[in-house]
Design a protein around this ligand. Structure first.
Ligand code: PEP
Ligand code: MN
Length: 457
């Protein structure tokens, strides 16, 4: 049998795949809904609600990701570890958008590449957990799985999985998307007005002079082009913005999996770019089954312990036609693990000729607990892993095509270090995440500037 005959069937083979076919596979990280009727009613309602994105946006992102695979673009993907319903707030949403836009401007300028901007929001409401239950003072309750499923408060009522939360999450996602689209259309990202951007962080940053220089250079570049052409440049005030989330809660994703006129196959229209988390990336599991049938571009998280052969099998299951732009691999190995874990994977994917976009998540392999048990990450380890990622790709002849970050536009104190050198004592001041620690506004921009310093042209 040739290698091609060995490959799994392509996603066109609708008989072997449907939006529900995942139900025949082991599904990890799913809540136990006790009221089957309530679940069925919520699913029926959700299946009739409008989608959040369109198939042509999904195709446009796939096209851009294909270009990133060729080194013609760079992906910036970032947002909260988990959104909460109360964070569906105009200030929080616009600050998060602002920090992503500012980072992307630094990256465009420094890397001389168009940036694909993807938010980790408008649907990032479900969380994988390390245990199904949590015990405090002798009381054991179901774990908190994100607001798509239950509530973080430690009471039996709060922790009971509630199907109607899926309807609420869909509505909050739609409101978030609507506001983001309106801001972008309204010129929020206009390079003519860098003075609108909050630059307060600069005063404390060792990168202040670089950042000011960059802003001045962009402003004079725009003015110069306008003088030359005699017209105002309009495409500097509008950018593309895409959304992503971890496709974790499969009943929710199933209900937003839709067909569209004049296209074959199925799309997840809850988001442009769903990903499979590390804990649910088993090739024989329900999440891989669900994702293989979508026409969206998809991503999968990759840890340090998987074998090269397993990775190739997973790639072939998720992208049997080796389609450009289809598959992104997000490695998250930790500063201490990446030098050993990454090269064999880069090597096999290159040798076997599989098309993927390699992206680094320098957050999830660098989580630690402080002496008083607070979950945190050190800025130096986050940047340290990213630097190693760039170097390891260069040594293997592959390309790091993007970064995946947990960040917020708020002035939280969740990660240690950065320009203001946050200490353990600072963490108590503004630690708001109910799940993983995020880079704050200053730390995020600082990181973008350091990437530019490392890779800039
Ligand atoms: C996450 O992205 O929040 C996450 C849980 O990551 P991973 O699947 O890489 O552990
Ligand atoms: Mn996380």
């Amino acid at each position: 049998m040739s290698a091609a005959e060995n490959r799994p069937e392509p996603v066109r083979d609708a008989e072997r795949w449907s939006p529900e076919s995942w139900q025949g596979f082991p599904a990890l990280q799913q809540p136990v809904y006790r009221d089957a009727e309530a679940l069925a009613a919520a699913k029926a309602e959700l299946s009739r609600l409008p989608p959040l994105v369109t198939s042509w946006e999904v195709f446009e992102l796939k096209r851009q990701l294909a270009e990133a695979q060729e080194g013609k673009r760079f992906l910036l993907q970032g947002g909260d570890c988990a959104e909460s319903f109360s964070d569906c707030d105009s200030t929080i949403i616009s600050n998060r958008l602002k920090v992503l836009l500012q980072m992307s401007v630094a990256l465009v300028y420094g890397l001389r590449l168009p940036i694909i901007r993807v938010g980790r929001f408008a649907g990032q409401y479900a969380k994988p957990r390390s245990a199904d239950t949590e015990t405090r003072d002798g009381v054991t309750l179901p774990c908190y799985r994100g607001e798509l499923v239950n509530d973080a408060a430690f009471t039996a009522q709060a922790r009971e999985p509630e199907p109607r939360r899926m309807i609420k999450a869909h509505a909050r996602s739609a409101m978030t998307m609507n506001f983001v689209r309106a801001l972008i259309e309204g010129g929020f990202a206009d390079l003519h007005h860098p003075e609108y951007w909050d630059l307060d962080w600069m005063r404390h940053s060792p990168r202040a002079a670089d950042y000011q220089h960059m802003i001045n250079a962009i402003g004079s570049g725009v003015r110069f082009m306008e003088t030359l052409s005699g017209t105002r440049i309009h495409n500097v005030n509008r950018v593309d913005f895409f959304t992503s989330h971890e496709a974790l809660l499969l009943p929710y994703e199933e209900c937003l999996t839709r067909q569209v006129p004049r296209q074959w196959g199925w799309f997840n229209l809850a988001t442009h770019f769903p990903w499979i988390g590390l804990r649910t990336a088993d090739i024989d599991g329900a999440h891989v089954e669900y994702m293989r049938g979508l026409r969206n571009p998809i991503a999968v998280k990759v840890g340090a312990s998987g074998s090269p052969d397993d990775l190739i099998r997973l790639i072939d299951r998720l992208n049997p036609e080796n389609e450009p732009g289809r598959l992104t691999l997000i490695h998250r190995m930790g500063r201490a693990g990446i030098a050993r874990g990454l090269p064999p994977l880069l090597d096999v994917v290159r040798r076997e000729g599989r098309r993927v976009l390699w992206v680094a998540d320098p957050m999830h392999g660098n989580t630690e607990n402080t002496t008083v048990g607070v979950k945190t990450r050190r800025f130096e380890n986050i940047f340290g892993e990213l630097e190693l990622a760039f170097d390891l790709h260069a040594a293997e002849g592959t390309r790091l095509g993007g970064v995946h970050l947990e960040l917020t536009g708020e002035n939280v104190t969740e990660c240690l270090g950065g320009a203001r050198d946050l200490t353990e004592a600072d963490l108590a001041r503004a630690y708001r995440s109910t799940v993983d620690p995020r880079l704050n506004y200053e730390q995020s921009l600082e990181l973008a500037m350091l990437i530019v310093r490392k890779r800039g042209v």
